[in-house]
Ligand binder design. Structure first.
Ligand code: GTP
Ligand code: MG
Length: 140
């Protein structure tokens, strides 16, 4: 079976959507293996977003992710990585499909970085790397 790292980002936590995201993960049939409210640090985010370091949205992204606590989640189940990416919808919440977390609950607020409620690992390698960063005691 597979595991993925999901974050309810600071916008989602502030808007009171953490429970709604957990509800959708569970309703889809995935198992929760870890859930923890955490304040990110710059060092953690530099590792988490290593593929984006140097991009124009990187600094605004880090500032946004430091702006409040995130709910970090490890979810488990067959093909949960692509399954949660599908639940989340595409990156831009304005055009993410209705029915998805971003499509139903997100929109453009005219800010420097897209605030799109959730993060989900995008591959087996990212998932293992990100779980080790956010939940060292759950690393395989
Ligand atoms: P995550 O699940 O959060 O990783 O989203 P993603 O995989 O759909 O997007 P990606 O990893 O490419 O980018 C990470 C985050 O950076 C996104 O979720 C957005 O918050 C932000 N971001 C990505 N691309 C852009 C962009 O072109 N412009 C702006 N302003 N923000 C972006
Ligand atoms: Mg990504």
């Amino acid at each position: 079976t597979q595991r993925t790292l999901i974050l309810v980002k600071p916008d989602g936590v502030k808007r009171g959507l953490a429970g709604e995201v957990l509800r959708r993960i569970e309703a889809k049939g995935y198992t929760l293996a870890g859930v923890e409210l955490k304040q990110a640090t710059e060092a953690l985010l530099e590792k988490h977003y290593e593929e984006h370091v140097g991009k124009p949205f990187y600094q605004p992204l880090v500032e946004f992710m430091l702006s409040g606590p995130v709910l970090a989640i490890v979810a488990e189940g067959e093909r949960v990585i692509e399954g949660f990416r599908s639940l989340a919808g595409t990156t831009d919440p304005t055009t993410a499909a209705p029915g998805t977390i971003r499509g139903d609950l997100g929109r453009d607020f005219g800010l420097k970085v897209q605030q799109n409620i959730v993060h989900g690992s995008d591959s087996v390698e990212s998932a293992e790397r990100e779980i080790a960063l956010w939940f060292p005691h759950l690393a395989s």
